[in-house]
Design a protein around this ligand. Structure first.
Ligand SMILES: [Fe+2]
Ligand SMILES: [Fe+2]
Length: 301
């Protein structure tokens, strides 16, 4: 199939998104935030006295090391895992903002430009909250994600950018949703999770619709090999995304020796694999439903 027909299909697909993007833009304008006045930061954080993450969502939950920790030790781990969660959001949002900015006012994506402005604006504000916490009370952890070696052709690049964004945001959102409702969590940690979940609900709707539109517009023109490459890359992305939740730097700060071995054994623990599968389930089901994935990305679980 020619590039011309994929451009025609894209136009038609994006036209069907118009009502959604108008509604989402209206909602974004209505809940427009000032991240400098929306939150009162406490002077200090008390990592060993309060919960900053839900214990059941920690990367070491269920391991023998977790069982051996006393209460302050568990809370300390939960604090550094919160810092890691916020850090991986900062790194994810940095790449996201770059990709959104690069696509603003691109001729073939003009229909969604207005909403891309909101998306970009909101991600910047999210990073101000995440960064506000990390720099006040701890630090921003480094990212171990490797940059993509070679930029794929534009259609593949666009699809991958938005589907990666969707997967990343859907996993994060499950953590946000659970932690925003956890009464054990310290006030600021709960606020950050709640606020992010509230804002992201719009991005998730947009993400699913746009990924569907791009897949429908582009994939009929792709060779079987290209489709297979996209699927393989996406399966790898699930692994890379989840790996960031098992950060050896966190284990060092939480007081563990052999941080790398611990990251490996936690990653392989059946209860942790089940946790990753359960958190990813809705997103995987969606991707299989539209035919983007043909099977579960089981190496990530
Ligand atoms: Fe965000
Ligand atoms: Fe988002």
């Amino acid at each position: 199939m020619s590039a011309g027909s994929s451009a025609v299909r894209l136009k038609k697909e994006l036209a069907s998104l118009a009502e959604t993007t108008e509604r989402l833009s209206r909602l974004s304008r209505r809940s427009y935030q000032n991240p400098y006045s929306a939150v009162e930061w406490p002077a200090t954080a008390r990592p060993e006295d309060e919960w900053f993450s839900s214990p059941e969502y920690l990367s070491l939950y269920g391991t023998p090391e977790w069982e051996k920790l006393d209460d302050p030790g568990r809370k300390r781990l939960a604090f550094y895992e919160a810092v890691n969660f916020y850090s991986l959001n900062i790194h994810g949002e940095k790449g996201l903002m770059e990709g959104l900015a690069a696509r603003l006012y691109r001729k073939d994506l003009l229909e969604i430009s207005e909403y891309l402005h909101h998306f970009l604006d909101e991600e910047n504000k999210h990073s101000i909250y995440f960064g506000g916490f990390c720099t006040r009370y701890a630090k921003v952890y480094r990212s171990r994600q490797l940059p993509v070696a070679e930029k794929p052709p534009r259609e593949v690049d666009d699809l991958l950018f938005f589907v990666k964004t969707m997967v990343f945001e859907e996993i994060v959102d499950d953590y946000n949703w659970v932690q925003s409702r956890d009464p054990r969590l310290e006030r600021i940690a709960r606020f950050i999770n709640h606020n992010h979940h509230f804002e992201e609900s719009r991005h998730l709707i947009f993400g699913r619709q746009l990924v569907t539109a791009l897949w429908r517009a582009y994939s009929p023109g792709w060779s079987a090999e290209t489709q297979e490459d996209v699927r393989a890359y996406l399966e790898q992305f699930f692994i890379m995304t989840w790996r960031e939740y098992y950060n050896p730097d966190v284990y060092v700060d939480a007081g563990f020796q052999d941080a790398w071995e611990l990251a490996e054994s936690a990653w392989s623990l059946p209860a942790q694999r089940e946790h990753r599968r359960a958190v990813s389930a809705k997103c995987v089901e969606f991707l299989r439903g539209i035919g983007l994935l043909l099977k579960e990305p089981s190496d990530a679980f």
